[in-house]
Design a protein around this ligand. Structure first.
Ligand code: SF4
Length: 398
């Protein structure tokens, strides 16, 4: 399988444009498996995660196996992504069980298979199992190379562990590696950010993601914000955004989405598929799906999720029937996050509906404000637009 994966190249744009059916009639299919276990909660984290004993892990693995068995997909998997939580917290044997549950239940992904690993959890035996099972890509949540900043984020690893983990990943033969960085950490100025990017780039990963720190409710960081220990400085965030983009470009990483950069041929297909509003199935507590005309999420609670599995189906929340107009709108908004932009003609033919009046007029206004640029039917955000891409999305939806 590995040989096949290496030869797969991203389809040319005109090939994608021939995909004219609505998504639920079947095109790209991704699988996301949420592994909800963490050793402790990081101060900034709002993902669903739990600290669990051994029986909780074993019940979870059995639950995933049973949830996979319920999938009756009429098409094969293109991508797979194990995220969390901390998938790397599982033992080598557990990872093998999890991988086999997927491959035996629904098959191996044909394009890409990513597993997230926190640096402190990376071990040679786990990597060996993942490689043998067909995993193609490792994503490490480095966040920073600065020990003081790591402490302020409540992370469990040190700068030294990042280097050790990276070597283990490369020595295990993975030729597609992503490193996540966070910027706008309290105490981080532009020179510290540039140092982080330089240290990351010096390792020569294939892909880098840089996320602006957000203060999510119910996190330790948010509590510090509420106590006045931290404060939000949007101008500082904006200048660090731009500094990170420039630092990435200087190091040879091409931006293809607001927060994502890669060397040629190493973009993350799984995420691209979601930004393009393809289909994905989420497994595990809190995992979200967009599949066969519906969008929903599994209940974000390990026990409740297990109870649902025992009854025959996981409890689902935020269930929404999708229509073509919604899918077009989401494909427009998320497509604009990507540097390639969107082809309006393609979107309308693909979903079989016209752009709404407010979307057309909105795009015209954004063009006058020089936040987007048009070339025929291709629309992209400008550099100025990229700085406010979330606001652009909200504006086009309203
Ligand atoms: S950031 Fe990752 S490792 Fe930290 S608590 Fe959240 S899911 Fe767990």
């Amino acid at each position: 399988m590995q040989g096949d994966l290496k030869t797969i190249v991203e389809p040319k744009k005109d090939e994608r444009c021939s995909e004219l059916q609505p998504k639920w009639q079947g095109e790209r299919l991704g699988l996301y498996v949420h592994v909800p276990f963490c050793a402790t909660a990081c101060d900034f984290c709002a993902f669903y995660q739990v600290q669990s004993d051994r029986s909780g892990v074993l019940n979870y693995l059995d639950g995933i196996r049973r949830e996979v068995e319920r999938i009756s997909a009429p098409q094969s998997l293109d991508t797979c992504f194990f995220g969390g939580g901390t998938p790397g917290l599982l033992t080598a044997g557990d990872l093998e069980t999890l991988c086999q549950g997927v491959t035996e239940g629904i098959g191996s992904p044909s394009m890409e298979w990513t597993v997230e690993m926190a640096p402190s959890t990376v071990k040679a035996d786990k990597l060996k199992v993942l490689k043998e099972q067909g995993v193609t890509r490792i994503s490490m949540g480095v966040q920073s190379f600065d020990d003081d900043l790591l402490v302020s984020l409540g992370r469990q690893h040190s700068r030294k562990q990042v280097f050790k983990a990276y070597d283990l990943v490369r020595n295990a033969g993975f030729d597609s590696v992503n490193l996540d960085l966070i910027f706008a950490i309290p105490g981080q100025d532009e020179s510290r950010l540039r140092r982080d990017v330089a240290e990351a780039a010096a390792l020569a990963p294939d892909h880098l993601s840089t996320y602006c720190l957000t203060f999510e409710e119910d996190t330790a960081l948010y509590a510090k914000l509420a106590q006045g220990i931290h404060r939000i400085d949007r101008d500082h965030e904006a200048s660090l955004y731009e500094a990170s983009w420039k630092a990435m470009a200087d190091r040879g990483y091409a931006q293809y989405e607001v927060s994502n950069f890669s060397i040629p041929g190493k973009r993350c297909f799984h995420n691209i598929n979601t930004w393009r509003m393809e289909q994905w199935i989420g497994l595990g507590p809190s995992a979200a799906s967009q599949y066969q005309g519906e969008r929903y999420a599994n209940v974000p609670d390990l026990e409740k999720w297990l109870e649902g599995i025992a009854r025959g189906a996981p409890e689902r929340i935020e269930r929404l029937s999708l229509n073509r107009g919604q899918l077009l709108e989401d494909a427009l908004v998320f497509g604009l996050r990507m540097n390639e932009g969107v082809d309006l003609d393609h979107l309308q033919r693909r979903f079989g509906v016209e752009l709404a009046t407010h979307q057309r007029e909105g795009l015209e206004q954004l063009e006058r404000e020089e936040k987007i640029e048009r070339s025929g039917e291709i629309v992209r955000v400008t550099d100025a637009g990229r700085r406010v891409v979330d606001a652009i999305g909200a504006f086009l939806i309203s």
